[in-house]
Structure formats: C-alpha cells, structure tokens
Write a protein that binds this ligand. Sequence first.
Ligand SMILES: [Fe+2]
Ligand SMILES: [Fe+2]
Length: 250
Amino acid sequence: MRQVTTRIDEIVDGIYRISHWSGESTITFNQFLIADERPTLVHAGRYGDYEGVRDAISQVIDPAKLQFMILLHFEADECGGMNRFLEAAPDLVLAGSWLSVEVNLRRWGYRGELRAFKNGETLDLGAHRLRFLETPHVHHWDSLMLFDETTKSMFPADLFMQSGDQPPVVTENLGSEMCATYRSLGIFAHEEPVRRVVDTIERLEPRWVHAMHGGTLAREALPGYVRALREEEFAFDGRLLGRRIAPSLG
Ligand SMILES: [Fe+2]
Ligand SMILES: [Fe+2]
C-alpha cells in the first residue's frame, strides 16, 4: 500500500510549508500557510488533498479563520480544493491573477468571493505584505508569483521544482535535475519568458524560495538553480509527463 504523508513545518516567521507525498507522483504537492492577522493559504491543493491540508492547518490555526486563499495559476493542484475550504470558512476570499479570475474563476462555479490582482499590487496580511507579480507564460498564461516583502520570501509556483520527497528546506544544488524534469514534463513552452522572470527574482534578492513541489530553497541554494535555468535547456521537447507525443518536435 502507498504511504501517504502530509506534514507541516514552519519555515520562517509564520510561513508554514504543508507537504503532501503519496508516492503516486514523483513530486510533493505543497501549500503554504501564512499565519498572520489575516491568515492566508497559498495554493489550495487538489480536491482529494483537502482533508490532509485542513488537518495540517488546524495544527497552527483554526481553518475557519482563513481569510485569503491564493492560487498562482488555474490548475488542479493550485485550486482543486477551492470550494471545499468554504465549508469551514464561507467568507474566505479566493485571490488570483487578473487573468485567472476573469478568464476562468468567474465562470467556473466557484461559490465564494473572488479578488483579482495585477502586477505590482499588494495585499497586507498584518505582519506580512504580499506583492503580486504577473509572470505570463512562465508555465501558464495566467501565471502569478508572490513576494512577501516582510520575510523576503518568493512563492514561484512550479518554478524551482525539485523531484522526490525533499526536506522542508533544501540547500542542495539540484538545478540540472530540475531542468531534466522540466524537459520530461513539458510544462514550459519556451525558455525566454522564464529567464526574464528569473532576472526579476534575482533582483528581489529573496531569502527563501517556497517551491510548490520539493523543498523551500534557502538563499544560498538559489544561484545554482538560477545558473541551470540560464544555461540549460528546459522547454517542451515533444514530451508531456514523460510521454513522447510529437517525434518531430523532439
Ligand atoms: Fe502548475
Ligand atoms: Fe504545481
């Protein structure tokens, strides 16, 4: 039988990583709880992960107190559980990029309140202040990233992914492995929009990079991953989730 584990660890000043590992996939699925005056969950998780995520949150705060849930693009691991969180917290606000909200969420049957953010806008959670960065075509056209100005934490969604059941904080350089995984998965159409965002991230000088899959990168680990993204190929090469669909593109 598959071993399913969900763990929660505080990474830095009220930012908790909730990590779900089931062995059915080669990556962890993470959410981040920001326990603040206005408690916030980054990535709602998949529909079936809801109970595990809720139970992990309840080790820190009452899930009914959640005020914001933020999705960084429209995909099941970002928002599959979105309606389920309303059971405990009916006034919860679901926030996303302007594009996620206007193109998808307003027309998807989501029952709660929505809030759309554009590039450079901020959200004050109390001690933490989030800046929204629109990062189109870094994976999806509605892609968004967050930068917490208080802890200098980057939330890059699927960028800086590492395979395997990684520890909460990663210092190892897995940059080349990351690029190989991206080539196999086929989640980026092209390197160019990603490299522009990597430049922006580097200028922000994050102390923490909270990857959605894998562990949080400590500051000293970031240069290895940045170098790999600048120097190695990682765009779609004809494979989707490892399956070759287009030999002419490979
Ligand atoms: Fe994704
Ligand atoms: Fe993801």
